[in-house]
Design a protein around this ligand. Structure first.
Ligand code: ZN
Length: 565
């Protein structure tokens, strides 16, 4: 999540959570602060099998010591290994398969660490690169939107630490391939913290070891985590847990690691939402993808982030009238849209954020009916910027800088999904989501592996399931900045309708029209249509707001808000 939703304006204005001024650490390079750098040829030549990441976190000095063992298998011959790691760290040792390398065998000028292998790897051969490093990791200026480490103090006085690195990438605190293609097959985390603190993290807890010297190591193992989903969370936590009984026959733990100072009623109310939310996703998309690990949530000093099996929750148990906790739901949606199904490139990130965001109004309807869904959709509609296409068609385009679609990937993506659902019907929509997320129509717990997808993949799935081509719908909404305009004129007893899209391409989107209370569908073949309407009849186009389009009423609201600012 990176959006600044309408509710977040309030969140940001809330009292600061005892985050003192950070020290002045070394500065990360522009290379490190960007994510999804193009892969180097040497990175394309390896498979990232496994990472064992040991961290010791020193809250007083706001530093960490890292010891990372990264195992790669060559898929093509290579004589180097390349990983990304922030240059704020001093590297004290580099080994390959247990052999220490001379200082001239590696360099890390801009944050891409190049290691010359003692002997070249042939295809199929494996090597383990071990790095020891220490230093003060980047402090997040404004997590989660501007990320890094958050060194806070819990209300009960202990250190409260979190990481959130979606925009900047994993290389802010561990050596990785900072690209969606860089998911390791498995990650083990050994997190050493003061013994009065807990360190919940991704995947399955292997155990804790109290060293007897005031320090305790927490060991976790996670299968194929998203690169930016690896998260450190340290604080005076307590855990509530229960077993979820899935409709697919499996069972798995639900865990909420909350601050010990949290009000018990707040904790109970939030935890009570876990199982109903899982019910919704399992019924409407498919099995919880990480049922072999856990569904986990941890209370954080920042708003939230979709950290695989340990989602960050920092919305302070706010009740906002939606009838459920939207932040918990949004981050949970990312277990399907983001962590299980990952975009090939950030240009397609609406597949995470737009589809994930659409799950919230659908859940509002699931719980409370149409009024609650429509209220959320109306708020989303009023937030569109329409300045850049949701999908540019050019890989590597960042969506959250000034030259990208920004929050439109959330809200236009969601409203597009709403339009698509009504065009193809509930059943086809559900099947399309399932196939998009799992690569099969019948996903089974225990056989689910993360996959990557593009926008054209989704369009192809919709085409295949419906037997009809909807590429024009994807193109009209997602590849154009401007919203489609539905031109209307009424003359001599005829209502004439005509679609106009940003690029003028065909847009045969049917439109419902209510004439004196009776609804008919105008097919809009070739992008235009006509309907006979009696003189004096009241005509209401798209009475149920099922079609996303330009609106004079919304434009007037947006212009008014702009003037009032
Ligand atoms: Zn999100």
């Amino acid at each position: 999540m990176r959006l600044i939703p309408l509710a977040a304006a309030l969140v940001l204005a809330a009292p600061a959570l005892a985050q003192e001024a950070p020290p002045t650490p070394r500065t990360s390079t522009a290379f490190t602060l960007a994510s999804e750098q193009p892969l180097a040829p040497e990175q394309r030549a390896v498979r990232f099998d496994r990472a064992v990441l040991a961290f010791r976190l020193m809250p007083e000095s706001r530093t960490l010591a890292g010891d990372a063992a990264l195992t790669f298998t060559a898929t093509a011959p290579t004589d180097r290994l390349l990983v990304e790691l922030d240059t704020v760290f001093d590297i004290s040792g580099v080994e390959v398969d247990g052999r220490a390398l001379a200082p001239e065998a590696w360099r890390n000028p801009e944050g891409r660490l190049t290691v010359e292998l003692p002997s070249p790897l042939a295809a199929g051969e494996t090597a383990t690169l071990r790095l020891r490093y220490h230093g003060a990791p980047r402090v997040a200026p404004r997590a989660p939107w501007d990320g890094g480490f958050v060194w806070a103090t819990a209300p009960s006085g202990e250190p409260w630490i979190a990481t959130a690195v979606q925009g900047e990438g994993c290389d802010l605190f561990w050596p990785c391939i900072d690209n969606p293609a860089g998911e390791p097959g498995e990650v083990e985390l050994h997190i050493t913290v003061p013994s009065n603190l807990s360190a919940p993290s991704n995947g399955v807890l292997l155990g804790t070891e109290d060293h007897g010297d005031g320090w305790t190591t927490w060991r976790w193992r996670a299968r194929q985590p998203n690169t930016y989903a690896i998260a450190l969370n340290v604080g005076p936590y307590e855990r509530v847990s229960a077993t979820y009984e899935s409709r697919f026959g499996n069972r798995f733990p639900m865990e909420f690691w909350h601050l010990k100072s949290a009000a018990p009623a707040d904790v109970a109310a939030l935890f009570a939402q876990f199982a109903p939310m899982l019910d919704f996703f399992e019924a409407n998309v498919g099995p919880y993808p990480f049922g072999d690990e856990k569904m986990g949530v941890v209370e954080t000093p920042h708003l939230g982030m979709e950290h695989q099996t340990i989602n960050a929750y920092g919305d302070q148990y706010r009740v906002d009238g939606r009838g459920y906790d939207w932040l918990l739901h949004h981050e949970l949606a990312h277990e399907w849209f983001g962590n299980q199904m990952t975009n090939v490139d950030g240009d397609d990130m609406w597949l995470h954020e737009g589809l994930g965001t659409y799950m919230q109004p659908l859940y509002a309807r699931w719980l409370h009916g149409d009024r609650y869904m429509e209220a959320e959709l109306k708020t989303q509609r009023e937030a569109l910027a329409n300045r850049f296409p949701v999908v540019s068609g050019r890989p590597g385009v960042s969506y959250f800088n000034g030259d990208g679609p920004g929050n439109d990937i959330y809200f236009k993506g969601s409203l597009f999904a709403h339009t698509l659902r009504h065009q193809i019907g509930d059943d086809a929509f559900r099947r399309a989501l399932t196939r998009l997320v799992y690569g099969t129509d019948t996903p089974q717990p225990g056989q689910i592996r993360p996959l990557t997808r593009t926008t054209p993949d989704f369009a192809a799935i919709v085409r295949d399931i419906t037997g009809r081509d909807y590429d024009w719908l994807f193109r009209g909404y997602l590849y154009n900045a401007a919203l489609p305009v539905l031109h209307q004129s009424r003359e001599a007893g005829v209502l004439a309708l005509r679609w106009e899209t940003g690029d003028g391409a065909p847009f045969p989107l049917p439109v419902e029209v209510e004439v004196d209370g009776r609804v008919v569908t105008v097919p809009m073949t070739g992008g235009s249509g006509r309907l006979e309407v009696p003189e004096g009849a009241h005509v209401l186009v798209d009475p149920d707001n099922r079609v996303l389009r330009q609106s004079d009423a919304v434009d007037a609201l947006v212009a008014f808000r702009g003037r009032a600012r």
